[in-house]
Design a binder for this molecule. Structure first.
Ligand SMILES: [Cu+2]
Length: 114
Protein backbone atom coordinates (compact mmCIF):
# COMPACT_ATOMS: atom_id res chain seq x y z
CA UNK A 1 0.00 0.00 0.00
CA UNK A 2 2.77 2.43 0.86
CA UNK A 3 4.36 1.89 -2.55
CA UNK A 4 1.10 2.55 -4.34
CA UNK A 5 0.51 5.82 -2.52
CA UNK A 6 4.08 7.00 -3.06
CA UNK A 7 3.76 6.44 -6.78
CA UNK A 8 0.43 8.33 -6.83
CA UNK A 9 2.01 11.32 -5.17
CA UNK A 10 4.57 11.58 -7.94
CA UNK A 11 1.94 11.43 -10.68
CA UNK A 12 -0.68 13.58 -9.02
CA UNK A 13 -0.09 17.03 -10.53
CA UNK A 14 0.29 16.21 -14.19
CA UNK A 15 -2.42 13.57 -14.44
CA UNK A 16 -5.07 15.62 -12.62
CA UNK A 17 -4.38 18.64 -14.76
CA UNK A 18 -4.75 16.75 -18.01
CA UNK A 19 -7.62 14.46 -17.04
CA UNK A 20 -10.12 16.79 -15.35
CA UNK A 21 -11.17 19.00 -18.28
CA UNK A 22 -11.92 16.14 -20.65
CA UNK A 23 -13.96 14.22 -18.05
CA UNK A 24 -15.95 17.35 -17.21
CA UNK A 25 -16.84 18.36 -20.72
CA UNK A 26 -18.03 14.89 -21.74
CA UNK A 27 -20.28 14.66 -18.68
CA UNK A 28 -21.71 18.12 -19.24
CA UNK A 29 -22.53 17.19 -22.81
CA UNK A 30 -24.74 14.42 -21.38
CA UNK A 31 -26.75 16.96 -19.39
CA UNK A 32 -25.92 15.75 -15.88
CA UNK A 33 -26.20 17.97 -12.82
CA UNK A 34 -22.93 19.22 -11.37
CA UNK A 35 -22.76 18.76 -7.59
CA UNK A 36 -20.26 20.94 -5.75
CA UNK A 37 -18.39 19.65 -2.73
CA UNK A 38 -16.11 22.06 -0.93
CA UNK A 39 -13.00 20.74 0.76
CA UNK A 40 -12.38 23.00 3.71
CA UNK A 41 -10.58 22.59 7.04
CA UNK A 42 -9.75 18.98 6.18
CA UNK A 43 -13.39 18.00 5.62
CA UNK A 44 -15.62 17.30 2.65
CA UNK A 45 -18.61 19.67 2.74
CA UNK A 46 -21.12 18.12 2.45
CA UNK A 47 -19.79 14.75 3.62
CA UNK A 48 -22.82 12.91 2.19
CA UNK A 49 -24.23 13.75 -1.22
CA UNK A 50 -27.14 12.38 -3.23
CA UNK A 51 -26.61 12.10 -6.98
CA UNK A 52 -27.94 10.39 -10.08
CA UNK A 53 -26.11 8.34 -12.68
CA UNK A 54 -24.64 10.73 -15.25
CA UNK A 55 -24.25 13.59 -12.78
CA UNK A 56 -20.87 15.16 -12.11
CA UNK A 57 -19.38 15.55 -8.66
CA UNK A 58 -16.86 18.37 -8.42
CA UNK A 59 -14.61 18.84 -5.42
CA UNK A 60 -13.02 22.26 -4.94
CA UNK A 61 -10.20 22.62 -2.44
CA UNK A 62 -10.06 25.78 -0.33
CA UNK A 63 -7.33 24.51 2.00
CA UNK A 64 -3.65 25.30 1.60
CA UNK A 65 -2.93 21.55 1.83
CA UNK A 66 -3.62 19.42 -1.25
CA UNK A 67 -6.38 16.81 -1.00
CA UNK A 68 -7.87 14.01 -3.07
CA UNK A 69 -11.25 12.34 -3.36
CA UNK A 70 -10.34 8.68 -3.76
CA UNK A 71 -12.65 5.66 -3.73
CA UNK A 72 -11.94 3.36 -0.76
CA UNK A 73 -10.85 0.55 -3.09
CA UNK A 74 -9.28 2.95 -5.62
CA UNK A 75 -11.93 2.40 -8.32
CA UNK A 76 -11.84 6.14 -9.05
CA UNK A 77 -9.66 9.02 -7.96
CA UNK A 78 -9.55 12.75 -8.53
CA UNK A 79 -5.83 12.63 -7.76
CA UNK A 80 -4.31 15.62 -6.00
CA UNK A 81 -6.31 18.84 -5.89
CA UNK A 82 -4.25 21.91 -5.01
CA UNK A 83 -5.61 25.01 -3.27
CA UNK A 84 -8.17 26.81 -5.44
CA UNK A 85 -8.39 23.92 -7.90
CA UNK A 86 -11.08 21.34 -8.60
CA UNK A 87 -11.31 17.69 -9.50
CA UNK A 88 -14.37 15.87 -10.74
CA UNK A 89 -15.83 12.51 -11.62
CA UNK A 90 -18.95 11.39 -13.46
CA UNK A 91 -21.36 9.19 -11.51
CA UNK A 92 -21.79 5.65 -12.84
CA UNK A 93 -24.22 3.00 -11.59
CA UNK A 94 -21.52 0.63 -10.36
CA UNK A 95 -19.07 3.11 -8.90
CA UNK A 96 -17.72 2.86 -5.38
CA UNK A 97 -19.64 5.19 -3.08
CA UNK A 98 -17.29 5.55 -0.12
CA UNK A 99 -14.23 7.71 -0.51
CA UNK A 100 -11.46 9.39 1.44
CA UNK A 101 -8.39 11.58 0.99
CA UNK A 102 -5.18 9.64 0.43
CA UNK A 103 -3.14 12.34 2.16
CA UNK A 104 -5.44 12.54 5.20
CA UNK A 105 -7.28 9.20 5.51
CA UNK A 106 -9.48 10.49 8.35
CA UNK A 107 -11.23 12.64 5.71
CA UNK A 108 -14.20 10.58 4.49
CA UNK A 109 -17.18 11.11 2.24
CA UNK A 110 -20.21 9.18 1.01
CA UNK A 111 -22.06 9.24 -2.28
CA UNK A 112 -25.68 8.08 -2.38
CA UNK A 113 -26.93 7.16 -5.84
CA UNK A 114 -30.69 7.73 -5.97
CU1 LIG B 1 -6.65 15.65 2.39
Amino acid sequence: MATLIDRRNVLVGAVAFVAAPSIGSSALAMGGTVHQIKITRFKFDPEIIQVKVGDVIRWTNTDVAPHTATADKFGWDTLGIAKGESGEITVTADMETSYFCVYHPHMKGEIEIV
